[in-house]
Unconditional design. Structure first.
Length: 252
């Protein structure tokens, strides 16, 4: 194994997606912290409308989702095995999808409930900006697009952060905890645009995901959990914003 080549490969994979997002998030946090508007009074929109013309908004949304999973496709290409299971190095062998999916749903409660509590506390302390998970107008395609966006986030992040980086860093001789900590810091970094509180929450999520993945080597539960958490946040936002408008920076 050419170690220099592997490091270059890792750098390229990250530069095409999550590493790029981390750099932008750090810069955006610096911008937010130096802005005259207090952090608690700022808003981050996760799924903004991309055009005032409905058909073009839909086209742009689908293009963004499609191109967003390219890093995951690259990871599959790089780690594809000629023998079955083809994606075994990524923790995908297809042997027990039902059990893996059920375990993933169980993770939702373990992560989602503390995550909500952290967000509420962080908003009160000014550690989070007001997060708008669904900035789209109401169209017939809004919910399907939000669900596709949740799937894109799950695939891109877990394929790269868990499946790919764990595989390559192990091949470079890293131990389990250095991998878990470094990938958790990466996961937390590309959420910094939501404020320092998001770094703390996603660091904790990354440590839990990383520890469990290191023990099990199965990626599907984390794909399911990530998708379910984001799907509930994206689709349930209008109801939550109406119930607690102050948490989302909206007038009461």
């Amino acid at each position: 194994m050419n170690r220099t080549r592997v490091w270059w490969e890792i750098a390229i994979v990250l530069a095409l997606g999550l590493g790029q997002s981390a750099v932008y998030a750090i810069v955006q946090l610096a911008y937010r912290l130096t802005d005259s508007t207090p952090l608690a009074d700022q808003t981050a929109t996760l799924n903004p409308s991309r055009s005032d013309r409905e058909v073009f908004d839909l086209v742009y949304q689908l293009l963004s989702i499609g191109f967003g999973i390219v890093p995951a496709l690259l990871v599959c290409f790089l780690l594809w095995s000629s023998r079955r299971p083809h994606l075994g190095m990524l923790g995908l062998d297809g042997t027990r999808p039902g059990r893996d999916a059920a375990w993933g749903i169980g993770l939702v409660a373990a992560i989602g409930i503390p995550g909500i509590a952290l967000y509420l506390a962080g908003r009160a302390l000014g550690w989070f900006v007001a997060v708008d998970p669904a900035g789209l107008d109401a169209h017939w395609w809004t919910v399907p697009v939000l669900l596709l966006s949740a799937a894109r986030a799950s695939v891109q992040e877990e394929f790269v952060v868990l499946g790919y980086l764990f595989t390559r860093l192990r091949q470079l001789g890293w131990g389990a905890w250095p991998i878990i900590i470094s990938t958790s810091v990466l996961r937390a970094s590309y959420h910094l645009y939501q404020g320092p509180g998001a770094f703390v929450g996603n660091l904790a999520m990354g440590l839990l995901f990383g520890w469990l993945f290191a023990r099990t080597g199965r990626l599907l539960p984390f794909l399911v959990a990530h998708f379910a958490i984001d799907a509930v946040a994206f689709v349930g936002y209008p109801w939550a914003a109406a119930a607690w408008p102050s948490l989302f920076g909206l007038p009461g």
